[in-house]
Design a protein around this ligand. Sequence first.
Ligand code: SAH
Ligand code: SF4
Length: 393
Amino acid sequence: MTQSQAPITQDVHTIPRKLPEGGKVNLIGLTRDQLRAALIEAGTPEKQAKMRVGQIWQWLYYWGVRDFAAMTNLAKDYRAMLAETFEITLPEIVSKQVSEDGTRKYLLKIAGGHEVEAVYIPEESRGTLCISSQVGCTLTCSFCHTGTQKLVRNLTPGEIVGQVMLARDDLGEWPEKNSPKNETRLVSNVVLMGMGEPLYNFENVRDAMQVVMDGEGISLSRRRITLSTSGVVPEIAKTAEEIGCLLAVSFHATTDEVRDKLVPINKRWNIETLLNALREYPRLSNSERITFEYVMLKGVNDSDEDARRLVKLIRGIPAKINLIPFNEWPGAPYERSDWERIESFADIIYKAGYASPIRTPRGEDIMAACGQLKSATERARKSRAQIQAEAGL
Ligand code: SAH
Ligand code: SF4
C-alpha cells in the first residue's frame, strides 16, 4: 500500500505517546516553554513550574551539570522523579583531532549511529565553534565535500545545542562553584557553518539558538552567532525575526550562469532574488553587516571582472566580503586560486569600500577547514563521476 492509500483513522494504540515507552525524554534542547510543559506532564504543579524551569535551566546551561542528583536546590524526591522521567543526553564524542594550529575537530555520534562534525577554532581575541545542522546536505554545491554526501537527517535542537555543550566540556569552560566568574570566553562565537543547510532545518536551529542565547544559561549574544546559508530565500527574513543572529551568505559567483553550477539552489532563487531578500534583512546596519562568503576557485570565479561585478551587485547592502581560499578534498573538481589572484580580487573590493578579509584556512591538516567536513563512515556517498556530472564538468 502506498502512503497516500493509508487508512485515515488510526488505532489509538499506534498513536505515539508523548513520553516514549520505557524511554526517557531528553531535556537538552527543549525551549523554556517545552521544558515547562514536560515538567507539568510529569506531575510538577503548575504553580511551581516556572520556578522549577528556572532552577533546572541554570543547572543544565549555566553550570553544565549532567546529573539530577547534583541539582541540590531541588528536593530529593523531586530529583528522583526527574531522574526517572528524563535524561540529560548529549551526542557522544567518537574522536577528537587537534591540528598543528590548535584547531580541534570533534567527530560526534548521534542517535541512529550517524556522525557529524564540529570544529573549534581558537584565535587571539576569540574562539569560534563551527557547528553542524544536518547529517549531510540536500544541496549539492559542487565545491563542497559535505555536498557529496546525501542528506541523512536533520539534527534535533538537542543535538545542535549539544555540540556547544560538548565543546565547553572539552575546553573546561563551565563555571566552577565558589570560584570567580571567568570573563574570557573560550567559545565566544558560534557559526552555523558546519555540515548542512541550517535554513532547511529552520525550527530546530531556531530553538537550539534560543537555548544557546538564553541569558541565564550559556548566554551567547545573538551578535556572536552567525548563520550561513546558501540562499534559502523564503527563510531569510524569518532568520532575522525569529533568531536575530548575524547572517552570512554563500555567494560565490557573480553571474547566474556560474552560480547555477557552484550553488545549484541558485536555479530556484537566483542572484537578483537573493539580493532583494538581503536588502530587506532587518537590522542591517554598519555594525550588523551581512557577510558575503566567496570561495576562490581558480579560473572559475576569481577574475578582476568578477570582483568588479560583485561590488556592483551588492551596492547598497551593508556588507563585508569574506574570501575563502578553496579547501581541497579528495576528488574535488576545482583548484584553489593563486595567492596573487586572491589578493588582487580582495584589493578591488577593498578599494570599493568593503572589508575583504581573506579567511586563513584553519585545521587543514585534519580536514577541518571550511567545506571539508564529511563523515568518512557515512555509506550514502556519491561517486566521483556523479559529483562531476552535477558540477556540469
Ligand atoms: N550550508 C551552509 C553552511 C555550511 S558551509 C552554506 O552553504 O552556507 C560554510 C561555508 O563554507 C559556505 O560558504 C560554503 O560555501 C563554504 N565551503 C564549502 N566547501 C568549501 C571548500 N571546499 N572550500 C572553501 N569553502 C567551502
Ligand atoms: Fe550544503 Fe552548504 Fe555544502 Fe552547499 S556549501 S552542499 S549548502 S553544506
